[in-house]
Ligand binder design. Sequence first.
Ligand code: ADP
Ligand code: ZN
Length: 802
Amino acid sequence: MRKTYTYAITEAESKYLKTGMRVAVPFGKNKIYTALVFNIHKKSPVLYVAKDIHQILDEAPVVNQQQIKHWEWISNYYMCALGDVYRAALPSAFLLESETIIFKNDAFKNDLELGDDAFLIFEALQNHSQLTINQVCDILDKKKVLPIIDELIQKNAVHIKEKIYEVYKPKLIRYIKLKDKFNNTDELKTLLEKLSRSKKQREAVLLYFQLASNSKQVKVKELQDKANISLSVLNTLISKNIFEFYHLQQDRVSFKGEVSDLKVLNEHQEKAFLQVKQSFEKYSVSLLNGVTGSGKTEIYVKLIKEFLDKGKQVLFLLPEIALTTQIISRLEIYFGDYLSVFHSKYSMNERVEVWNNVLNSKTKAQLVLGARSSVFLPFSDLGLIIVDEEHENSYKQFDPAPRYNARDTAVVLGHQHQAKVLLGSATPSLESFYNASEKKYGFIHLNKRFGNIQLPNIELIDLKEKYKKKRMKGHFSDRLIQMINEALNEKEQIILFQNRRGFSPVVECTTCGVSPQCPNCDVSLTYHKYRKELKCHYCSYYRAMPNACDACGGSTLDSKGFGTEQIELELKELFPDINIGRMDLDTTRGKNGYQKIIRAFEAQEIDVLVGTQMLSKGLDFKNVSLVGVMNADSMLNFPDFRAHERAYQLLVQVSGRSGRSKKRGAVAIQTYNPYHQILQQVSTNSYVEMYKEQLQDRWQFNYPPYYRIIKITLKHRDYLKVDSGINWLAKALRNSFGSNVMGPTEPVVSRVRNQYIKNLTLKVPPKQSLLKTKKQIQKIMEVFEAVKDYRSIRFIIDVDAY
Ligand code: ADP
Ligand code: ZN
């Protein structure tokens, strides 16, 4: 709902109710929804008669005032309904409605704990696989049943249907190793002689050696299976002090391990830490720009500790939780009893639990580690917000509304709580670096890797030349193959990166690697297969698909890319004996998909990990000495004004996975454009140069951080409707904003789920009032929606669109 609705309550109810409590309300025909009390007042609505509320659901507010203020900001800034924020913010278990479907939790055994009505429903669920809330009403012959459902949920007796979610179960993997003293050959000989009479035990030891020669870590289960021995044989060997067990633990939610002391910071970290604290005295937001592997996490840890000690709440934001098992386990070691993890993929009950713990300022939720939606939690006393990898575009919610950027939303949240906000990245977003250079944010630079290991040596490999000289095997250059061989010989691990996106709409000449560019915008043109046209994503310039390359005259223009799967296949042929892992959307879909692969790679069961950009995100593998980028060009040519910035970030981040702990690592980047300025800047680690150059472009073409971007999208099944609607809208917007209106344009995928899509982009100059601009857009939208023909068109506004 775009606006709020007024319901009638009695005087007694008005004394009891508080803003932030939930009430069940009737809406439309026979439907009951969960609503939130937003304001208690005495103004009757003019256009309708206020209905009575159905019943009160809470004894105390589940949403606090600070949140409501924050939500209002989000709704105003991102131009969405308050209801959209409410839906996104509250765990779905709080949003029961008459259509909600409930299921029995088979693991629930304490049915005697349930109240009479709840028990009845639980019983009914033995016979019916599922019940709607309406059916529950019928069974109990009652209208007011939501508190009963609430009870069933709180006691974990039922689930409600929602998007499929993953439950992160703690998982321990047991490994086995020989006691250290047997590293000595003589000791080993004696041992094998001693064991000569117990055949099984001797076999186990011998097989252990075989397995240990392939991977450094040996799983108990693997040894057991391969040697075909029982656990008791292994236990005997343990009790004889020959073997020992150890665990690698990836427990996420409930922490039972031991807490360890914080690491001692090295001099550079210590200096940065002190600078952050100084910066906090002057600025509410600071940017920590520390190169990959500089040990930013340990600095965060020390800051977190200080704020926890002061009794303050701390929020640690990560771009994607699924990828950051590593950070979770690192923080758990220090803050186990204070740490809660919050993520939309967690089960409903886990989310409700974290919500309630934060609401009640419980110690175990004093530190929340979460993805973007954790900015909605009911914090009451935030002291510190850390936004790790602040440049990541997954902080921006693309669909549905609220289309918010969690980084920017966190900055506002910080202001509200008078908390300090620390943005961290090795490759800051242009926006944040700009804010820092404009002295809006404090700035701390950390340019040394931990352990004084040099940043990896980055080599650019010229594909054009390699193809010409026939030095390619599939997509592998002879140089890359050589480097892989060297790393394998040293028993070091390798990451190969291929950024294959869902489609590859940019056309590239196979001879010279040049892509046709838009004359008006700083982007590559996009190939539209259907009409055989090249189009600009931003300004609607188009031309026919040429027969030959503009640059070199070559006649093979290629729009096909190659993906991770193909790389994996080629690799298998080149190196038949190695273990290869693949990490992309296809292999990580299942439950715990990421963790499995990451764990296997950490345990060195995998020699080469092939993957997409998932690999770039904050992972810390000790034994990786080579990162290979199969083809950097598709990133450079992606049709987006942020393409170059993002390519730089992505390449520096993947490169940063190499050589993190022992010695300087190597990076090989294969490209047709070794002289491209972005690749040069990546290879010389010249962030500031990249920044200045990109900023120049942004200035010239009126993009952020100078101009703001508001994107308007129309969607409808009927193409003509969308077309006429967007033209109407373009005219109306141009009347108000003139040439700052770009488009209409069609996105690359111009029809999704049978909906035709058209876009307009409004560039808002720095001096133009954002508030007035939004008001004007709002007005135009209201007129648009009053046109009968257009009423059914979906109207989407995306502020600060990516
Ligand atoms: P970043 O996040 O800046 O890329 P990390 O925080 O992952 O870097 O640190 C890189 C590596 O250095 C990690 O393996 C980490 O455990 C180690 N490390 C960082 N600081 C310290 C320290 N003060 N003492 C011991 N090890 C450290
Ligand atoms: Zn253009």
